[in-house]
Design a protein around this ligand. Structure first.
Ligand SMILES: Nc1ncnc2c1ncn2[C@@H]1O[C@H](COP(=O)(O)OP(=O)(O)OP(=O)(O)O)[C@@H](O)[C@H]1O
Ligand SMILES: [Mg+2]
Length: 463
């Protein structure tokens, strides 16, 4: 049986070693013994020790100093102080510099065992957390941004150079090109990786709500502010704050954001205290901000602040040589998720994917592969698992081609065509049906009715 954990006892009294050795071994722990602080430090190894039991009063280096040095070697070291009866004060000092707990001599065996058990459990949880964090790091690392095209290689190079710095980054690209993926990868490969990555969905909130979200508010700042609430800037302290769709922030909030970027400090709504935070800002947009500046809906000065390093994520149609790699990547992910053994797609599927325009970019391809994996009845995804509009090679209005081998059912083809045109319009207007209806030249109610009747999948258009 493997041991319940390794306990390193550092104490100068042989009796204590005897007692603890017996007790802990019989409980299934492995014990390591040191009779002085110096020896303890020399033997200590963060990898193999779970908990240190440390005597405070020893000749030579005293326990407090040992504790300090242990914490230097391993800031997460779990140290329990053993202290003589009546010297609680020094134990409390030790807790202040990072000891986990203390027990007084003479101790009850049960108390000691319970304290140790708790410390080992905490250590185990910490290790588990680290493992999960590593997994996350892996998940959002560069390795998961797929691409070998020249365009993507240039993106990788920029990300690699920019990531370790504190510089503000503006990610520009159409919907579904991987802006959020890139933002997370930048955070995860920066020195801030262990601090939070906080996303601000700028577009989904009315301005005053956005401000209280960003900066927090004090109790009574407005009706409903029943308690102090910290904002996202504070939550992101030491980490990264990601402004998704930054162009949708209103002019008033833009001014406040600019001030925070210039001064690196702000006040909570209704507050008087100045709060300083250390955050790195990454912003993303799929609209042409320069155009907005011309129309005076985006502040030029804020744009310059955000645009320190600009990374453009190229649309998928400009890097179609990445399609096979992406397909393979998503087949792996969704094969695993759905417990299906899918090996690839047939050659003619690649031809179809290659001919398509990908208005929804990588996200659209990802959804398509997921659907293919789910629907496929063999190890190879064939054209039967592709959505009908793709088979008719509709790219955009005007690009409609019907190949002779395809179904000539007029109703089916017409509906596929309508579906595609509606989707294109919705994507153009980011899902705003009223505007899309205008583009299509129909009444909004008509459009709404068509979306329902044709079962247009609108899930992604506004994302
Ligand atoms: N180069 C890539 N390699 C692997 N997966 C990618 C790549 N680019 C995008 N994806 C995947 O495509 C999906 C959409 O990406 P993401 O959310 O980052 O796009 P976005 O640019 O933020 O889109 P939007 O503007 O609509 O918010 C995600 O599931 C992401 O993992
Ligand atoms: Mg996004």
């Amino acid at each position: 049986m493997s041991s319940k954990g390794v306990i390193h006892v550092i104490d100068d009294e042989p009796v204590i070693h005897d007692v603890l050795n017996q007790l802990l071994t019989s409980e299934g722990y492995e014990v390591e013994s040191s009779s002085s602080g110096e020896e303890g430090l020399e033997k200590f190894s963060p990898q193999s020790t779970d908990v240190v039991l440390l005597d405070l009063l020893m000749p030579g280096m005293d326990g407090i100093e040992v504790l300090r040095r242990l914490r230097k070697i391993d800031p997460a070291a779990a140290v329990i102080i053993i202290t003589a009866y009546g010297s609680v004060e020094s134990a409390i000092d030790a807790m202040k510099i990072g000891a986990l707990d203390y027990i007084q001599k003479p101790f009850k065996h049960d108390d000691l065992l319970l304290t140790i058990e708790r410390a080992v459990e905490r250590r185990r949880l910490q290790a588990e957390n680290l493992r999960l964090k590593d997994e996350l790091k892996q998940k959002f690392s560069f390795a998961n941004i797929i691409g070998k095209s020249q365009a993507m290689k240039a993106v990788f190079e920029l990300i690699r150079a920019a990531a370790p710095t504190r510089s503000t980054i503006l990610l520009q690209g159409e919907s579904g090109t991987g802006k959020e993926l890139a933002a997370r990868a930048i955070h995860m490969s920066s020195p801030r990786a262990d601090a939070p990555f906080v996303t601000v969905n700028s577009g989904s909130l009315p301005p005053d709500l956005l401000e209280s979200h960003l900066f927090g508010h004090v109790k009574g700042a407005f009706t409903g502010a029943v308690a102090l609430k910290k904002g996202l800037f504070e939550a992101a302290d030491r980490g990264t704050i990601f402004f998704d769709e930054v162009s949708s922030i209103g002019l008033e909030t833009q001014a406040k954001l600019l001030r925070v970027m210039q001064e690196r400090e702000f006040m909570r709504l209704g507050g008087t205290e100045t709060i300083r935070v250390d955050v790195r800002i990454i912003a993303a947009t799929n609209t042409d901000i320069e155009e907005m500046i011309a129309q005076k809906t985006f502040r030029k000065d804020l744009f310059y602040r955000l645009n320190v390093i600009k990374i453009e994520l190229p649309p998928l149609r400009q890097r179609k040589d990445d399609i096979p790699l992406l397909v393979k990547h998503f087949i792996e992910i969704y094969g695993r998720e759905n417990r299906k053994e899918v090996e690839g797609v047939s050659e003619d599927v690649y031809e179809i994917l290659d001919a398509y325009d990908w208005p929804g970019n990588v996200r659209e391809l990802e959804n398509l592969v997921e659907r293919g994996v789910v629907f496929s009845r063999s190890k190879i995804i064939t054209r039967d698992s592709l959505p009908p509009f793709l088979l008719t090679k509709a790219t955009a209005p005007g690009g409609w081609v019907l190949s002779p081998e395809e179904s000539l059912d007029l109703r089916e083809q017409t509906q596929a065509f309508q579906r595609q045109i509606i989707l294109t319009a919705l994507k153009k207007t980011k899902g705003v049906q009223k505007q899309a209806a205008k583009l299509l030249g129909v009444k909004p109610t008509t459009l709404n009715e068509m979306i329902k009747r044709l079962q247009v999948d609108t899930e992604d258009v506004s994302a």
